[in-house]
Design a protein around this ligand. Structure first.
Ligand SMILES: [Co+2]
Length: 450
């Protein structure tokens, strides 16, 4: 999710070139070094076919689908189970030891280099084990769900179908379908799935009845969140099918990785923004005979994340500007960048789908009865986690718009409208969540894909 002037998630690309054959289940392996068997992971991977026996112990499925040689299967981390297609096996079953794959660990630099081996910092790090496992579990769900999404998203699919596929995958893999009161606060969907196309940069998600179908020439930002106990992984990628967009996607991916590289304890966020901008602007993209220097969208930013709240109050700019705020030990940041062929500036537009209860909502008397009852539903099911209209629909709420608008105008709920650059422009985004652990920086959402 994004915040204007500060914003959103990440994405990844799926155009022919960018897409990699990622091994399934833990795309992450590359990141942490275990399980690097690209080849044999094929058995669990692509077999898209469903059912994947692994889930229920029926190994016959391997034969039906794949047939070919297949070799020693094994290799799966944590046991024999494998993910199904669509993904419905909880990661807690795939990693029954309760130990989840570590993200990409990066040592701190310069004055902070001592942290990697410092005994006090290592002790602090160990004290955080529950927090780390919750974060890594959420990140593993994100990788597995997006791996499915990257394989399945094709022109001709509706945005509703894509959003529901991602959200149901997230619910199944976290083990939280979110239908009983309070369940979605324990785990599940961290915020609404953003499916923002072309000049729409962020915060677009279909509402009920939306008929939008993804096209061949579209550039779509896929920004979704997964949480376990309020530990939100915010990560996004961009999908395009025409290779003419390759440089746009490459610019943004490189810019996001630059931001991740520069981030660290005691680093000024303004310095990160300057580095991101320099990387982004070093790319050009040619579209239909016209060349564009890729521009960072200057009023969108990365942000810190706190438990159950997607925006903690700090921003990470993606242009230079001198913000002296420093990152600190123990903080969590979503590093996200947006590139554009348009103005590089977004404004609110289109129908709102995303909302969130304010953490410090004013206690004002609500005259509209439907607003009072809706507020109760929001508090019990989402707390301060962002939600969208479809999530109210699936809880059986209806005719809630008047009440919802009343909560927004009362300052209790915040609306996050779609953010758009100029019509006819194309925008892309990539995003990762990083943990500034006492000893190392962990890019917890890193995968083989982006
Ligand atoms: Co974000």
């Amino acid at each position: 999710m994004a915040a204007k002037a500060a914003d959103e998630l990440s994405k990844l690309t799926v155009n022919g070139s960018a897409i990699k054959p990622n091994p399934q289940v833990n795309g992450t392996d590359g990141a942490n070094g275990h399980l690097s068997d690209q080849d044999d992971s094929e058995d669990d991977k692509g077999d898209d076919t469903t059912a994947t026996g692994g889930a229920n112990g029926n190994s016959a499925s391997g034969a039906s689908k794949k047939k070919k040689k297949k070799k020693p299967k094994k290799k799966k981390a944590g046991g024999a189970k494998v993910q199904s297609d669509p993904p419905r096996v909880a990661v807690s079953q795939l990693f029954s030891s309760g130990t989840y794959p570590v993200g990409e660990e990066v040592e701190y630099k310069n004055d902070n280099a001592y942290r990697t081996t410092n005994e006090e910092k290592r002790h602090l790090d160990r004290m955080n084990n529950d927090f780390l496992q919750e974060y890594r579990q959420a990140a593993e769900v994100h990788r597995q769900v997006r791996q499915w999404a990257q394989t399945k998203i094709k022109p001709g699919m509706s945005l509703t179908e894509i959003a529901e596929g991602i959200e149901d995958g997230t619910r199944a893999l976290t083990g939280h379908w979110g239908l009983e009161e309070g369940d979605n606060i324990k785990g599940g969907v961290g915020f609404p799935t953003g499916l923002s196309i072309n000049h729409i940069a962020a915060h677009y998600s279909p509402n009920a009845g939306n008929k939008w179908v993804l096209g061949e020439q579209d550039v779509m930002k896929v920004d979704f969140g997964v949480h376990i106990n309020g530990r939100i992984v915010d990560s996004a990628f961009t999908v395009a099918f025409d290779p003419k967009y390759d440089n746009l996607l490459a610019a943004v991916k490189d810019a996001t990785n630059t931001g991740i590289r520069e981030a660290g304890i005691d680093v000024r966020v303004g310095d990160i923004g300057a580095a991101i901008q320099e990387t982004m602007e070093s790319y050009e993209v040619e579209l239909d005979g016209k060349t564009y220097q890729v521009k960072p969208i200057r009023n969108l930013n990365g942000h810190d994340i706190v438990q159950h709240s997607i925006h903690g109050g700090k921003s990470v700019p993606i242009v230079k500007g001198g913000d002296q705020t420093k990152m600190e030990e123990g903080e969590i940041f979503a590093i996200e960048t947006f590139g554009s062929t348009g103005r590089g500036y977004v404004v609110d537009d289109l129908e709102v789908s995303h909302y969130a209860l304010h953490a410090d909502a004013p206690n004002v008397p609500l005259r509209v009865q439907s607003a009072r009852s809706l507020l109760n539903v929001i508090k019990k099911n989402f707390g301060t986690l962002p939600f969208c209209r479809r999530y109210l629909d699936r809880l059986g709420q209806d005719k809630y718009l008047l009440g919802l608008n009343n909560l927004v105008s009362s300052g209790i709920v915040e609306a996050y409208p779609p953010l758009v650059d100029v019509k006819g422009s194309y925008t892309a985004q990539f995003e990762h969540t990083i943990l500034l652990r006492p000893t190392v920086k962990e890019v917890v959402s890193r995968g083989d894909d982006y």
